[in-house]
Design a protein around this ligand. Structure first.
Ligand code: SF4
Length: 282
């Protein structure tokens, strides 16, 4: 079957090799072929197809449009402007796709928060660690077990159906800083509107801020120099975030490393619970 150049090119693209007579041969080889194949009677001979494939035609390269963002790099995008009007499901969906800071590049999962959405207690931690990033849930692993035990001592549980016994747990940052490094101030700033909306939706009676970055994020407006204040100096007082009482305590991961401070953390829990008693809601 005779194939034209276009058909041969298509078959080559599909991975089908096309064997056709050579278009030309060097002068000496042509002469050799002619002499060896010419019949002795001088008649014209039928020439068998040579066994070498035809070279693919060289096509001029087609210029490709350069991508706006290099492959593997995600450009930061602005936060939505209507966060303050979102309900829980919309907010969670927006966080799941958020690319407002560089942490979106290395996260495996966003860690939105977990618990009863009408809980009276809000526990605020700092940022997801490795296990949280893998599971998409805050306070898992050993630190999470310690937190669960602390809550249990108060008659609370993260999985409780009863709003009076339930807690909601969230972090200041919804994505893990690589290598568990400290959150950068600009990352906290970018992510803070999500926590603010969670507080507005939950309307908790008490916020327990656990760890330095949680405290700094929640109290930065009421205490402008909070970043320079040791956490120990902020304990034992009742602070405020968006009108909600805030009690400051140590992060459970710190307590695992510094068990001698667990007694102080218990004092903090008792202070928080006393506020609930005073409000007549515990
Ligand atoms: S840390 Fe917060 S602001 Fe940054 S990408 Fe994650 S959700 Fe968005």
């Amino acid at each position: 079957m005779e194939l034209d150049a276009r058909q041969r090119a298509m078959l080559e693209e599909m991975g089908i090799r096309v064997w056709t007579p050579m278009a030309s041969a060097p002068a000496d080889e042509t002469a050799l072929a002619k002499s060896s194949l010419r019949p002795s009677d001088g008649s014209r001979a039928r020439v068998a197809a040579p066994s070498s494939p035809v070279e693919r035609p060289v096509r001029a390269p087609v210029p490709m449009a350069a991508p706006a963002v290099p492959v593997g790099v995600t450009a930061p995008r602005a936060l939505p402007t209507d966060i303050a009007a979102m309900d829980w499901d919309d907010l969670e969906a927006v966080v799941a796709g958020c690319q407002a800071c560089g942490l979106c590049k290395s996260r495996k999962n966003t860690v939105f928060g977990v618990g009863h959405r009408q809980a009276r207690w809000l526990i605020v931690g700092e940022a997801p660690g490795e296990n949280e990033d893998l599971q998409g849930e805050p306070f898992v692993g050993q630190a999470g077990k310690l937190l669960d035990n602390m809550l249990k001592a108060l008659g609370l549980a993260r999985g409780a159906d009863d709003a009076a016994r339930a807690v909601y747990i969230a972090n200041v940052l919804k994505c893990r800083p690589p290598g568990n490094r400290n959150p950068a101030p600009e990352e906290v700033l970018q992510c803070e509107p999500y926590l603010r909306r969670q507080v507005a939706l939950l309307q908790p009676r008490i916020i327990l801020a656990m760890g330095r970055f949680a405290v700094q994020s929640l109290l930065q407006h009421s205490l402008p120099d909070v970043a320079t204040m040791p956490l120990g100096r902020l304990r034992g007082q009742v602070h405020s975030y968006e009108g909600v009482p805030v009690v400051v305590s140590y992060h459970p991961a710190y307590l695992l490393r510094t068990p001698q401070d667990k007694a102080k953390a218990w004092d903090d829990l008792c202070l928080a619970q006393s506020l609930m008693f005073d409000a007549g809601t515990s």
